[in-house]
Design a protein around this ligand. Structure first.
Ligand SMILES: [Zn+2]
Length: 288
């Protein structure tokens, strides 16, 4: 990249920080991806002098194979604080640490009970509302320690948002508790925390790694599994191709629904709550 372009690039990023924080922006909090961006927007709402900037675009989805871009590196170079999901989601974590050791980093999943399947830690912690509340508390405590002047605001915001998440969780418990079937088939390994929270059973996962379609043999095995079970619904994620799910649906008669892992969408403080409401509606339709 030539020098003029680079200067322009940095100017755009810095202007972005300033706009995000309003008048007198002084400190930049960088979030690694969408669910953490939404969480930090809630905890920092209304706090003057703080700008929240997300590394990955809000359309990226999970960060499983994410590589830092030149834009990401420029953003990180300006960061005063980085907030990460942790639990292995940021596989570029090491390079992130090497990039700027002076930057404070909050690991939102620190101290949370993590699920491990076949030796691999599942990183989709935010999909359990109870664990997500812990993430919110960890983020608020970390920001309060880093920026004591606004500590009360971070804590008040966190407790307001925690109340909203608890109300959502209570409604989901109630409505999902009434469902007749509890067996589901999902796309990639995003839903174990969600399923364990709401007593659903993930009978099969169609794609283990995003972007890798199952082989013909694996697809045939999945079709046999669905036929042998009483699974009536397959849940696909809006971020991935529904091709395999549709093939299984054709062969078995199971209906395809959407289940959103909350890794992309509109950038607003209510985004997590809104997407979980949509998931609740889809599950009620599919499993009634
Ligand atoms: Zn994922």
């Amino acid at each position: 990249m030539n020098k003029i372009l680079m200067v322009f690039f940095l100017w755009v990023i810095l202007a972005g920080f300033a706009c995000g924080a309003g008048e007198g922006a002084s400190r930049a909090i960088v979030t690694t991806f969408y669910p953490i961006q939404i969480a930090v927007m809630n905890v920092t709402a209304g706090v003057k002098g703080i700008g929240v900037v997300n590394l990955a675009a809000s359309t990226t989805g999970c960060l499983h194979d994410y590589q830092l871009t030149p834009r990401d590196r420029a953003i990180l170079a300006q960061a005063d604080m980085v907030v990460a999901n942790g639990a292995g989601m940021e596989s570029f974590g090491e390079s992130l640490l090497r990039l700027r050791t002076a930057t404070r980093i909050i690991d939102a999943s620190a101290g949370i009970d993590l699920l491990v399947t076949e030796g691999v830690t599942n990183s989709h912690v935010w999909l359990s509302p109870t664990r997500h509340i812990r993430q919110i508390q960890t983020i608020a405590a970390g920001l309060a320690a880093w920026d004591p002047v606004h500590a009360d605001s971070y804590r008040a915001n966190a407790s307001r948002y925690e109340g909203e998440l608890k109300a959502l969780k209570a409604r989901m418990d109630r409505e999902l508790g009434e469902l007749r079937t509890r067996d589901i088939i999902t796309f990639h390994e995003a839903f174990p925390y969600f399923a364990s929270e709401f007593g659903l059973k993930v009978v099969a996962v169609i794609e283990r790694e995003p972007g890798t379609e199952p082989s013909a043999g694996e697809l045939a095995a999945l079709i046999r599994k669905v036929k042998a079970s009483d699974v009536k619904a397959i849940f696909v994620e809006p971020q991935y191709s529904a091709k395999s799910a549709e093939a299984i649906s054709r062969e078995t008669g199971a209906v395809v629904y959407n289940l959103d892992p909350v890794v992309s969408g509109s950038v607003s403080t209510s985004a997590y709550l809104d997407l979980m409401e949509k998931n609740l509606l889809q599950l009620r339709q599919a499993l009634k």
